[in-house]
Design a protein. Structure first.
Length: 458
């Protein structure tokens, strides 16, 4: 009886501790990783590094000098040599470790063993990146960071750079317009596409850029940000009037660049430019970011007159995509579906959009149109996105690289408030003034009376 009582006294706290750990792991994975998972994985890695590398085939035969030294000093067994390990650095989401590859190895060898390393060291995922020739970095992620998105404190923001989502390797996904000037974003209803667009606008609002919107859903997506928009078209007819103005703005900027290129014999090389970024800051026009929501609405036609208007708009969009980068005009094209069936010019426009972000779509053909021409293996990842995970997407570019990302939640009210606070940053572009949206004035509540009336008595 005494032994049973003692067992119950000891087992109760242990069971409570185990239940608390299980609850923390499910509801607060970051806390669990910092307190329990991280130390356990660190011990596993340090104690089994050599044997795991040997089991994964990442070891090489020792050099002759090493063999002679071991034979001369000890009688130990001569074993293969693993890659030299650097300092193990813990992070809030996992561990980071650099490896110096042995002669004859390449980063692809380590990347091919990432799944084995994940199971051996008890982490959620292992990602391999090349730091420099002969050195790779292992990023060990302790838990699924896309389940509950928390952006890191230090993100690589800046001018025309917006940290818009979190990648599956716990690194921020930064939308850099200088590097990837134009992008295509696809997603079905309730897939998180609007949240992604909301983050982009809220991130660009405090920057000295002009924001232009084409929202053929009567402006319901972009109208809340009207205070920060330099122009807004809410139907195809208005879009047909706005796009030629943007093309004319682009041509004027090219004339400015050409005037600067009126190269005199003694002009220094650093003053010769082929885009607006080479112009002096005082002469440089403000960048323009064009958001096109529901791009399919610009392609749909009902009459022959609509077809002529459609062809003109598509031609102007293609011209902006082909030539706009040097003039500081960038495109953000969004839609639920984008394919050759939209009509003439759709495939040509898609080919000019370097960046691709594909949220959950309703058919495999849409995923192929977004990612099939740059990373065929990413199509299957996009088709596997569940409806229960809004905001989850597959991002890639024409370099062939891709990764899963997820956008954190941002309320429409907060994004609209950011635009209202940045309304004074709307640049002065005379050509776009006719398209400036009307900003509704917020009703002013009367102040509460300071003197209270006396209570009425019988």
């Amino acid at each position: 009886m005494t032994d049973l009582t003692t067992l119950l006294e000891v087992g109760g706290p242990v069971a409570a501790l185990g239940g608390g750990a299980a609850y923390t792991r499910a509801k607060h994975p970051a806390v669990y990783w910092s307190a329990v998972g991280g130390p356990i994985s660190t011990v596993r890695l340090l104690s089994s590094y050599g044997s795991v590398m040997e089991a994964c085939g990442l070891t090489v035969a020792p050099s002759r000098l090493r063999v002679l030294a071991v034979k001369a000093t000890t009688r130990r067994e001569i074993r293969p040599v693993p890659p030299r390990r650097g300092i193990l650095r813990p992070t809030s989401t996992g561990l980071r470790l650099r490896l110096r590859l042995a002669p004859g190895q390449e980063p692809a060898d380590v990347a091919a063993s990432a799944e084995r390393l994940r199971h051996a060291w008890g982490v959620h995922a292992v990602y391999v990146t090349t730091v420099k020739p002969g050195v790779v970095e292992l990023r060990l992620v302790g838990y699924d960071v896309l389940c509950r998105v928390r952006m890191p404190r230090k993100v690589g923001g800046g001018f025309l750079k917006v940290p818009v989502a979190l990648r599956e390797d716990a690194m921020p996904f930064v939308r850099d317009y200088r590097t990837v000037p134009h992008q295509l974003t696809l997603g079905a209803t309730l897939s998180g596409k609007s949240m992604y667009l909301r983050h982009l606008i809220a991130g660009l609002a405090p920057q000295p850029v002009a924001l232009v919107g084409i929202d053929c859903k009567r402006g319901v997506e972009l109208a809340p940000f009207a205070a920060r928009l330099s122009a807004l078209a809410t139907n195809p007819d208005e879009a047909a009037e706005l796009l030629p103005v943007l093309v004319k703005e682009m041509e004027d900027r090219y004339d400015l660049i050409k005037a600067r290129q009126g190269i005199a014999p003694r002009t220094p090389d650093e003053e010769i430019t082929s885009d607006i970024w080479g112009l002096p800051e005082a002469e440089r026009p403000v960048p323009v970011v064009l958001f096109v929501d529901e791009v399919a609405e610009l392609f749909l036609t009902a009459t022959r007159k609509d077809e002529e208007r459609r062809d003109e708009m598509v031609t102007q969009l293609i011209r902006l995509a082909q030539l706009g980068r040097a003039a500081g005009i960038y495109l953000e094209v969004c839609g639920q579906r984008f394919g050759a069936e939209l009509g003439k010019g759709a495939t040509m426009l898609r080919a000019q959009l370097t960046g691709r972000v594909c949220h959950r779509v309703n058919d495999e053909a849409s995923a192929k149109m977004a990612l099939g021409d740059i990373a065929p293996e990413a199509v299957y990842a996009a088709c596997a996105i569940a409806p229960e995970l809004p905001g989850l997407a597959v991002a890639g570019d024409t370099s062939g690289g891709w990764s899963r990302i997820r956008t954190p939640y941002l309320s429409l009210g907060d994004a609209a408030e950011t635009c209202r606070k940045s309304a004074h940053l709307v640049p002065d572009l005379p050509s776009l003034k006719p398209f400036r949206p009307d900003v509704p004035v917020s009703p002013v509540e009367p102040p509460a009376p300071v003197v209270r009336p006396r209570p009425v008595t019988d």
